[in-house]
Design a protein around this ligand. Structure first.
Ligand code: PLP
Length: 316
């Protein structure tokens, strides 16, 4: 039985538990799922820290030479074994050829992002021309907002989660101030219902329906960093567009974690990073997406950055 075919995670757990006649949270279920995981072999491609090498903890009873159980790929993914080899190749090239490394070799640095755009486009469900790899996530979010957030007296709000990732919250707040508006009036925060931890899709859609005429940009995450909630990005994009809003997603916790179809869903813009579920390592390039439908109506607010990024879309 392959528990991952077609069923949702809860059903898969329940099916396996029924098969093994134990609780869905028992270790037997976890071992069974590990054994039948079709991507199991990929674990061999990564370096998992040994417990003894981690900062000291109270866990004196565990065997320090064992690999730790690593559940923080949502903060920094594990090191791929090949990373060292690739870095050494580039260091060698730098040592041997200096400035020529910009333009020579199999991965010229000047066009470094060209090596990964196609691959990254697949990860987020976009066309390669819609994707750019550059900067860090928050910088990209600012650049995208500079182009998409053009508030007017009637339509000046940005809709976001009440508990958005702190830097996203601050980025939105500063964009509002930058345009001379008041965050108190212009930040429209959506919260879960009392006693609930996740946002109901129906509540998000209803807020957009009710307040959308005053909303310039709907800016939510793809997967909520704190609760792990996967948002219905297609439905949210559709609802936002019906009310004339731009709809963008921060896919930091979605890229490499869940299936994304940014192009097909008609999402206007998105940003993400590569060091969480995409295992690029701290300081890895972040991603930005602008849907090709905007190639004529969205102009780069900051020409220097966006020139490199979107010469195709913006025809600059
Ligand atoms: C991880 C994360 C960030 C981090 O942004 P940096 O610019 O790389 O520091 C921002 N937003 C969200 C939602 C994140 O999960």
């Amino acid at each position: 039985m392959n528990p991952f075919d077609g069923s949702n995670p809860r059903e898969a757990l329940e099916q396996v538990a029924a098969l093994l006649r134990c609780s869905p949270t028992s270790a037997e279920v976890a071992s069974y799922l590990d054994k039948h995981d079709q991507l199991r072999h990929l674990r061999e491609d990564f370096l998992v820290p040994k417990i003894a090498d981690l900062p000291p903890s109270d866990l004196t009873l565990v065997d320090g030479s064992a690999e730790c159980i690593y559940l923080v790929g949502n903060s920094l993914g594990l090191q791929p074994k090949k990373a060292r080899k690739y870095l050494e190749e580039e260091l060698d090239k730098w040592a041997k050829t200096g400035v020529h490394g910009h333009t020579e070799g199999s991965r010229p640095w000047a066009w470094a992002e060209n090596n990964i755009e196609e691959l990254m486009a697949k990860v987020v469900g976009a066309k390669a021309e819609e994707v750019a790899l550059m900067n860090g996530l928050t910088v990209n979010l600012h650049l995208l907002m500079l182009s998409f957030y053009k508030p007017t007296a009637a339509r000046h709000k940005i809709l976001l989660e009440h508990k958005a990732f702190p830097s996203d919250h601050y980025a939105v707040e500063s964009q509002i101030r930058l345009r001379g508006f008041d965050p108190q009036q212009s930040m429209l925060l959506v919260s879960p219902r009392q006693g609930e931890h996740t946002l109901r899709t129906e509540d998000i859609l209803e807020t957009i329906e009710k307040e959308g005429d005053a909303v310039a940009v709907v800016m939510l995450s793809g997967v909520q960093y704190y609760t792990g909630q996967l948002f219905d990005m297609a439905a949210i994009a559709e609802a936002g567009h019906r009310k004339g809003c731009y709809v963008g997603f921060d896919c930091a916790h979605a890229a490499g974690n869940v299936e994304l179809k940014l192009h097909d869903w008609g999402v206007d813009f998105a940003c993400w990073c590569s060091y969480k579920y995409l295992n690029s390592g701290a300081g890895g390039l972040a991603g930005a997406f602008i849907h090709e439908k905007h190639r004529d109506d969205i102009r780069p607010a900051n020409r220097g950055e966006l020139y490199a990024m979107l010469s195709y879309i913006l025809r600059v």
